[in-house]
Design a protein around this ligand. Structure first.
Ligand SMILES: Nc1ncnc2c1ncn2[C@@H]1O[C@H](COP(=O)(O)OP(=O)(O)OP(=O)(O)O)[C@@H](O)[C@H]1O
Length: 356
């Protein structure tokens, strides 16, 4: 079978099915990304995890050293960038500075063989859709950050791609613009029929824009699922910090979990290797050792304090690293200072344990 683009249709699969292997001297990316038509998947991960490399490999800008890419059943692995039916939005938008917004958007359809008039009609329709019809003649230099982002999105969508790739699409915007543009982008993504992959550092962008998260660390997928699934059962320190939880590996025996020298009482009944997670708000701090059970209790050293409005996050080191959220009033009352020793405890009902 041959599809419209003249390439062999190798399967009847829909959406994106990719196994990306990119080997470099000091880095190896090896991950599988599956995205259904109409689905938005966010690739999240720390610096250097391989997010951009994965996106560039999907686009054909970085060659694969193994694996392959199917898009709508077509094998794209050896198809050159310009024939991939892919739309891309980069962090800094990469608009052509000497062309008007309209010509920037018309560029893709033109490259696909549309007549000049037809390409401009398509571009105008897209600029109207993103609310920029009135700025069609403006060069990128006369657009605000939010407007340039919308032109970049219109340009990516004007080629009617089957796959949309967004690399930190909101990173260049100030906080206020980001809020509105994020909401608009979500609306456009909901209307887009193809598969979308978005790379972001920002958990909020990921949660608002994506149906599913794929967390990458050191070139591999460490966790994937909906934001709620990932947040509920983080499997690495990075994910735990992302969702604001304290996370430890331990050994469970019934309701007790041994984490180093500390025993946590947990509500779950488990055996063998487990994770124990609890939010910083579940940690209580005391100047002297509180009476009662020695479980869920440890002596720590204050490593640092961050103040946020009425609250403070206290970073603890000692037998286990942990964060505690307390009120500014409690901070003053306990006279907490970096370097000071303190007792920390956490309620069993606020810990959550699950198999590792
Ligand atoms: N062109 C290149 N040549 C060689 N190594 C590269 C190249 N680009 C990236 N790398 C390396 O590949 C690894 C993955 O980089 P990549 O940019 O994909 O990570 P990332 O997750 O997008 O990070 P960031 O969030 O910092 O953008 C890093 O170790 C990086 O130093």
């Amino acid at each position: 079978m041959i599809d419209k683009a003249g390439d062999p249709l190798v399967t009847d699969r829909t959406g994106l099915n990719a196994h990306l292997v990119v080997e470099r001297p000091a880095f190896r990316l090896d991950l599988t990304v599956e995205v259904a038509d109409g689905e938005v998947v966010a690739l999240l991960g720390p610096n250097g995890a391989g997010k951009t490399t994965a996106l560039r490999a999907l686009a054909g800008l970085t060659g694969l050293t193994g694996g392959g890419i199917l898009l709508g059943g077509r094998d794209l692995t050896r198809v050159p960038v310009e024939r991939r039916a892919i739309g891309m939005v980069f962090q800094d938008y990469l608009l052509f500075p000497h062309m008007s917004a309209l010509d920037n958007v018309a560029f893709g359809p033109r490259c696909q063989g549309a007549s000049k008039a037809q390409a401009r009609r398509t571009a105008r329709a897209w600029l109207d859709r993103v609310g920029l019809g009135e700025h069609a003649d403006a060069p990128p230099g006369r657009l605000s950050g939010g407007q340039a982002q919308r032109v970049a999105l219109a340009r990516a969508l004007a080629v009617e791609p089957r796959l949309l790739l967004l690399d930190e699409p909101l990173a260049a915007l100030d906080a206020h613009t980001r809020l509105t543009v994020r909401a608009e982008l979500r609306r456009h993504l909901a209307e887009f029929a193809g598969a979308t992959v978005i790379v972001t550092h920002d958990p909020l962008d990921a949660m608002v824009l994506a149906d599913r998260l794929v967390v990458i660390e050191a070139g591999s997928v460490v966790q994937s699922g909906t934001a709620a699934e990932v947040a509920r059962r983080p499997r690495t320190d990075y994910v735990a910090r992302l969702v604001g939880l304290n996370l430890y590996r331990g050994e469970a025996s019934g309701h007790a979990v041994q984490v180093g020298d500390i025993v946590f009482n947990v509500s779950e009944h488990l055996a063998g290797p487990v994770f124990v997670a609890f939010p910083p708000t579940a940690v209580s701090l005391f100047r002297s050792r509180p009476d009662g059970t020695p479980r869920n209790l440890w002596e720590a050293r204050i490593d640092g304090i961050e103040r946020h409005g009425d609250n403070a996050r206290v970073h603890l080191d000692g037998p286990i690293p942990a964060s505690a959220d307390i009120t500014q009033a409690a901070l003053a009352e306990l006279d907490l200072q970096p370097g000071r020793r303190i007792w920390a405890s956490v309620k069993a009902t606020e810990t959550h344990a699950y198999p590792a």
